[in-house]
Design a protein around this ligand. Sequence first.
Ligand code: SR1
Ligand code: MG
Length: 443
Amino acid sequence: MSQASSSFLAFEPAPAAAPRAYRVLDAASVVDVLAGLPEIRARLGGAPSAWRVRDVADGNLNSVFLVDGPDGGVCAKQSLPYVRVAKDTWPLDASRARFETAYSARLAPFVGRLAPTLFHFDPELLLIVMEKLEPHIILRKGLIAGRRYPRLAADVAEYVAEASVRTSDLAAPFETRAADIALFSQNLALQRISVDLIFLDPYTKSARNKIAPALEPWAATLRRDVEIKSAAARLRLAYLTKTQSLLHGDLHSGSIMVTPEETRVIDGEFAWVGPTGFDVGNFIAHLVMAWFAKPFHAEGGKAAAARAAIEQNIVAFWTAFRRRFLEIAAEATPGGDGLPDSHFGDPAGARRRSEIILAYLDDLCRDAIGFLATKVIRRIVGFAQIEDFLVIVDPDKRARAQARALSLACSLLVEPDRYRDIAALVAALPKFDRADLDPGFAP
Ligand code: SR1
Ligand code: MG
């Protein structure tokens, strides 16, 4: 089934709550549901009783099952009416699967095989059935293991550049942009999570924060320092008001599956029309955190080599993203309603159009540095922490790695002019390796 032909792709407003036929599925009931879908049944083959089901939920929010039959496999992902990792205390509107489905459909024509193919969406069960990615693994796990992914930087750059230009006023008519904004601005439950967990909790006393005792001085600094808090507030405002393009909204190393030859971006449930630099900064933030954690995962030459590979990925991603952004914007004819070709008919006009696009790109890259910083901070003192640091068993070593990353993040927030290009950011990383547990380190 081609994604474009299926009816589940219609951009319809989401109901405020899960429909009444909704029920939480388990390994047995997910098989019953899949058995009732002729296309999925044919894809898996054999009798449903012989299908193998594995519960592989790994993220914070959803159920995920891998189902294998004699002829093939699928991945079934269901939105739960609560936060999976805080089931008894954190109810959550389950309609996010609608937005993930719509996001995938919107980007499929542009990103192709850089995302999994969706086979089916059940709007009542809020169940997405999609391509099972194998032998792909979650990028975060590969980075922790020190594996190399030669395609990663170029593939993620291609994905983000395509999404960033094609859904922006540089390429899309304003009617399409208005439809995107109308649809994805309803993704409210997950935006409440992003707005609070990324931009607010780390700078306040929140019961959701998880602060290691050794990092209490850092948490106090984040709550007190007016420059840091102002920078975070400006970024929060940009997130809420700068409707540049359709964002993935959660583009961290747990939302990317890889082999050395292939890259797939998954999990677009946080989709939102917002500042383009948000996804760019998020991806780099997770590479930066992997860099700071690395000496505590591997030793000596292995850590140094893995760090060098991460640095190369950061530079290659940034460079390829900028290049592809400009190429796609130049290719996008007749252009969106922001900078239509017709407005720039002669050669001088075409040059001026390129200059305006370059300025737009520079602005989004500045935003990306700020969002990068907020992403690092929220993963260290906030609710949703990351395995890169959590696998460091010794709490003192873990806190040291985290404090170094926090030192860089705060410098990015309050001294952004020191990081005008990616070379400056990468050159700064080793300087922050000298940071101590206490805030106040000046490289
Ligand atoms: C309630 S935990 C929410 C976090 O998990 C997701 O992966 C997102 O990163 C989100 O911020
Ligand atoms: Mg996710």
